[in-house]
Structure formats: structure tokens, C-alpha cells
Ligand binder design. Structure first.
Ligand code: SAH
Length: 217
């Protein structure tokens, strides 16, 4: 990451994330280093380092950083070499966090205008281990499967089948499962026979995942 003058703001954000219980040092380091002000819309730059969700245009929202940090911590990206699929690039901020903690990030966004802005922000932040695709992320990204971890940044009625199919052995999926209005952030792992096991982490409210294996657009 490039040096800038926002380090002390980020240090406060790290404290807010720690207060939510995040202890993974790689995740805390990512919060301390990723320049969130490059990912928020210009009108919200002054609030970039508050631990709060912000609108990003096209009716979408970027989540509270501490929730994103909890989700990434739950993926246990311990080697730092993992191949991660992200569904719902949005602003690209979470993509940048993942890029610091994992080896390679493949991120799919449905709205081309958001993907364009995310691409520019990731370049400005000098993040270079990310590939972006405009399309329906409920279908995964078959060309780069299998993935060690999958993270879905929008609410799904159930775990999209293609994401399970594109998971490497020992892989895990983190996603908000439930209704359009409220969900439970859920960790999905596979048992020895490849059957999914779901563990509930925390209540959540995400924008809906729209697509073939999501909600109707
Ligand atoms: N994590 C993002 C916030 C994402 S908001 C951030 O840090 O900014 C959820 C995103 O999912 C939105 O940008 C929305 O357009 C996108 N989305 C919704 N349905 C999708 C689908 N089927 N495939 C890919 N992206 C989708």
C-alpha cells in the first residue's frame, strides 16, 4: 500500500474492529493499511474511516468495516496463499482487504458501473492480485475454480449450488443467508463426504444478491 496521511484515522478504525472481537493479525493489518477513502464516493470521504456502512451508488451499500473484518476472519485465510472468490465487488474495499490477506482474489460484480469504479480504486491503491469480472456471481467463476474460500457480500435465500461446486477440498463459504430483509451471516464448510455444514455467526442485513441462484431482480 502507498503511504498517505490517513494512518491515524485507520488506527482508530482498527480499534473499532478489535472492539467487535476481531483478533486475526493479518485482518487487522489489512484494516490498518487499506486506504478506504479511495473506495468511498467523494461525498463521503470525511466519513471513510468511521466503522459504518456507506452508500456507493446504484442503490448499493458498502458494509461496516468491522462486519467485513469478522467475515474475512471467519474464512481463516491462514497461509496467505489462498485463492478466494468474492461475489459482489461493490466499491472494491473488501476486495482490497482480501487481497492483503489471501494470495489471489477473483471478484464478480453484476453492475458494470460499480466494477469500473472498483477497478480504478484498486489501481489507485496499488492492489495487483485481483481479477474482476462483470456478471452473475451466483454462478461463481468457473474458469478459475476451485477456490479455497468464497465470500458473498449480498444476501442469498440459500447457498448457491455453483459456489459449493467450485469449492476446493477443505474450502469454506461465508455468506448472509435468509430473507431479503434480514439474514444470518453463515459459514459453510464441507464434511468428509462433501456435504455442506452451516454454522451461524451473527445476524446481518445485506443488500440482496440478484441472479440465477439469488433473489429475483
Ligand atoms: N463488499 C462491497 C459491498 C458490496 S454490496 C464493498 O466493500 O463495497 C453488494 C454488491 O453485490 C453490490 O455491488 C451488488 O451490485 C452486487 N451484486 C448483487 N447481486 C450480484 C450477483 N448476482 N453477482 C455479482 N454481484 C452482485
Amino acid at each position: 500500500m502507498r503511504a498517505d496521511s490517513y494512518g491515524s484515522y485507520r488506527a482508530k478504525l482498527v480499534e473499532a474492529v478489535r472492539a467487535r472481537g476481531v483478533r486475526d493479525l493479518a485482518v487487522l493489518r489489512a484494516i490498518a493499511e487499506v486506504p478506504r477513502h479511495l473506495f468511498v464516493p467523494p461525498a463521503f470521504v470525511e466519513r471513510a474511516y468511521e466503522d459504518t456502512a456507506l452508500p456507493i451508488g446504484n442503490g448499493q451499500t458498502m458494509s461496516q468495516p468491522s462486519t467485513q473484518a469478522l467475515a474475512i476472519e471467519a474464512l481463516r485465510l491462514v497461509t496467505g496463499r489462498e485463492k478466494v472468490l468474492e461475489v459482489g465487488t461493490g466499491s472494491g474495499y473488501q476486495t482490497a482487504l482480501l487481497a492483503m490477506v489471501a494470495g489471489q482474489v477473483f471478484s464478480v460484480e453484476r453492475v458494470a458501473a460499480l466494477a469500473d469504479k472498483a477497478r480504478a480504486a484498486l489501481a489507485a491503491a496499488a492492489v495487483d492480485n485481483v481479477s474482476l469480472l462483470v456478471g452473475d456471481g451466483t454462478l461463481g467463476w468457473r474458469a478459475f475454480a476451485p477456490f479455497d474460500a468464497v465470500i458473498v457480500a449480498a444476501a442469498t435465500p440459500e447457498v448457491p449450488r455453483p459456489l459449493l461446486d467450485q469449492l476446493a477440498p477443505g474450502g469454506r463459504i461465508l455468506l448472509p443467508v435468509g430473507k431479503r430483509s434480514s439474514q444470518v451471516l453463515t459459514l459453510v464448510t464441507l464434511d468428509a463426504d462433501g456435504a455442506p455444514i452451516q454454522t451461524a455467526l451473527t445476524d446481518a442485513r445485506f443488500v440482496p444478491l440478484l441472479g440465477t441462484h439469488g433473489f429475483d431482480a
